[in-house]
Design a protein around this ligand. Structure first.
Ligand SMILES: C[S@@+](CC[C@H](N)C(=O)[O-])C[C@H]1O[C@@H](n2cnc3c(N)ncnc32)[C@H](O)[C@@H]1O
Length: 341
């Protein structure tokens, strides 16, 4: 795995094949401008590092979308001492954030644990101007073999629906397992793409209910795992993790709930959908749309219809989300898991 690393306070220089954060000054190189430039398609910018396309753009609009989802995930757990993750990790030294996107989670966790080194990996450089000294961003394909030497105390994944095939997903969890300390934790938060409503504020034939099924069909044609919210517990268990904890959420879309926190979450999530839908849908629908690939304009018209419906004031819609945290067994437990019938 050959990495480009964004080291703190370096004017965004990058380090090649260097896993010691203290050594970055010896080998800084500018990251290839082609990686920064990306590939423009249908008015959006995509990563160029991995041949198999990423279904989400890596551009300002998408980074704004990730900022909104980061914020809403934070607010909904803001009553907790640590709203960033639930795994009971004490004094972590090495933390990894897979598919870090804009890098907000990695930066916040690095601030919270100044004694830890927090690495965020993505196919595209996050748009950061300053990062805490204990945070590193690495530009790489996480499906390649990992070459980090220090085992991690915590590996975090978030919103990776449709990023991988089922085989790639299994391979990824195995890599996580192999690179965690015995007793180390994996934690993942995923959201459903399906919009739901528990009352009659939205008629059953509303366009809002077509978004999830349409994206699901396109992702299926693309061979990607979709609605992994339904399957990631099983995948994590299959990889050998134990002590599995699950927390389910309903994320309101729009500020309709009475509860103050949920109202705030709903307001942010409404923005999240308005800004994010085009990016989440464009690649899948223009390549794998049903019955034939859609044009960019067709996607834009569809997104405009969705935005209009989502902005109606009296609708009570939401999406589900699920957080799972699980532990790599310590040695004796591992023997038990291996030998159990
Ligand atoms: C929907 S975004 C989520 C970003 C971030 N985890 C968050 O919650 O804000 C998925 C991210 O995974 C990254 N990604 C997809 N495939 C990847 C791979 N093979 N290696 C590294 N990153 C990948 C994408 O570039 C994208 O930034």
């Amino acid at each position: 795995m050959s990495k480009d690393i964004i080291a703190p306070d370096t004017d965004l220089h990058f380090v090649k094949d260097n896993h010691n954060p203290d050594d970055w000054q010896s080998a800084t190189t500018s990251i290839a401008s082609s990686v920064y430039k990306g590939l423009m398609e249908n008015g959006r910018r995509y990563q160029t590092l991995r041949d198999k396309g990423s279904h989400v753009p890596s551009d300002e609009q998408m980074f704004e979308t990730y900022e909104a989802s980061h914020f809403l995930a934070f607010i909904i757990d803001s009553h907790k001492e640590n709203p960033l993750f639930q795994a009971p990790v004490v004094k972590p030294k090495h933390i990894l954030d897979i598919g870090t996107g804009k890098g907000s989670w990695a930066v916040d966790v690095a601030d919270l644990f100044p004694g830890a080194t927090v690495r965020g990996v993505d196919l595209f450089p996050p748009p950061v101007t300053w990062i805490p000294p204990n945070c590193l961003f690495e530009i790489d394909d996480i499906l390649q073999s990992w070459t980090w030497r220090d085992p991690f105390d915590l590996i975090h994944l978030r919103l990776l629906d449709a990023a991988f095939t089922p085989e790639e997903t299994d391979h990824l969890y195995k890599q996580c397992y192999d690179h965690l300390q015995p007793g180390g934790w994996i934690e993942q938060l995923e959201m459903s793409t399906f919009i739901e409503c528990d009352d009659d504020s939205v008629p059953a034939d509303n366009v809002l209910f077509t978004w999830g099924p349409r994206l699901k069909m396109a992702a299926h044609k693309a061979g990607r795992s979709f609605e992994i919210m339904q399957t990631f517990q099983e995948s994590i268990e299959r990889a050998g993790f134990v002590d599995i904890h699950t927390k389910d959420y309903k994320w309101p879309i729009g500020p309709w709930p009475r509860d103050k926190t949920l109202k705030e979450v709903g307001g942010v999530n409404h923005q999240h959908w308005l800004i994010g839908m085009e990016g989440y849908g464009m690649w899948l629908l223009t390549k794998y749309g049903d019955p034939v690939p859609w044009t960019k304009e067709e996607v834009q018209v569809y997104v405009a219809q969705m935005r209009k419906e989502l902005s109606k004031p009296r609708i009570h819609v939401y999406q589900r989300a699920r957080r799972i945290w699980a532990r790599k067994p310590v040695d004796e437990e591992w023997v038990k898991v291996e030998s159990s019938p």
